[in-house]
Design a protein around this ligand. Sequence first.
Ligand code: MIC
Length: 328
Amino acid sequence: MPLQLTEDVSHATNGNGDHNGSNGHVDVTVSAAAKLREMLNDPNGFVFAPGVYDGLSARTALEVGFDCLYMTGAGTSASKLGTADLGLCTQTDMIEHATMIANLDRSVPVIADMDTGYGGPIMVSRTVEAYARAGIAGFHIEDQVLQKRCGHLGGKEVVPLDEYLARIRAAVEARERIGSDIVIMARTDALQPLGYDDAIHRLKEAQKLGVDVLFLEGLRSKEEMRNAVADLAPMPTLMNLIEHGATPTVSHDEAKEMGFKVMILSLASVAPAYVGIRDALVKLKKTGLMGTPSEITPKKIFEVCGLNDFTDLDGRAGGGSFGEDRTA
Ligand SMILES: C[C@](O)(C(=O)O)[C@H](CC(=O)O)C(=O)O
């Protein structure tokens, strides 16, 4: 019988049980969005969310114990479509991917990329509803043109301010209409095409419409990073760290000390995955052998992906497929 995504199953999939407890049960009375809000409201809190791009990278981040994840659009595009971050993922691609990741372990909030919202206000509204229904804790929405690109590439174009604010208004209205507490993060890419003052102005206008977090993409120096935090205070600000991108590399501690409230690391899984896979395949091609470390058995990978929670569930339900460790 195929597994249904019921409350119990969706919560029982964390490989090590850290978040779910030994019986695979999680308290769902607190939404992921409420948890993210709690983190944002904690005066000493700092939301540190590594980018994940598929099920295995999300499972790995959960295994390591991160308490918030970021679903990268660039990584979704790379993994789901095998394409560069050029606005090729559709609304459907993003909703499907975000829904899968957010429901691996609903006790850990997921911030998801919403790019431009994938159309005009009606489309934005629909996307927000779908993300909220999927249990996504928060998302960022930006002012790039629909044929967007990675915020760290040159030649970016942004829509006029009114059009951007219509996107934001639609997002805020959708959240209110469905009674959701999903966290809305307004992103601007205006720094590169229009300059710092315009970028700050856009975020302040978005703030007036009721967003929760401000995200100035592509900050170019540590001085600019500090200025942005100060100029946007007391609103919580998000920084996106991409090593070797437009923004200087700072650590968790430095970003926190600068006053950012949220740090996403978009390519935290994509970049090491590429390096690891490429190195392994080069070795395989050269030697004809994989040489995987002996502890990385198939079972280990399946455990990361919830094997024990699934077999326990089968036992609790009296399914009998996995009694006496039928997976040994
Ligand atoms: C944050 C971002 O939207 C993402 O998809 O992770 C991208 C990252 C990237 O393309 O490297 C962005 O910065 O635009």
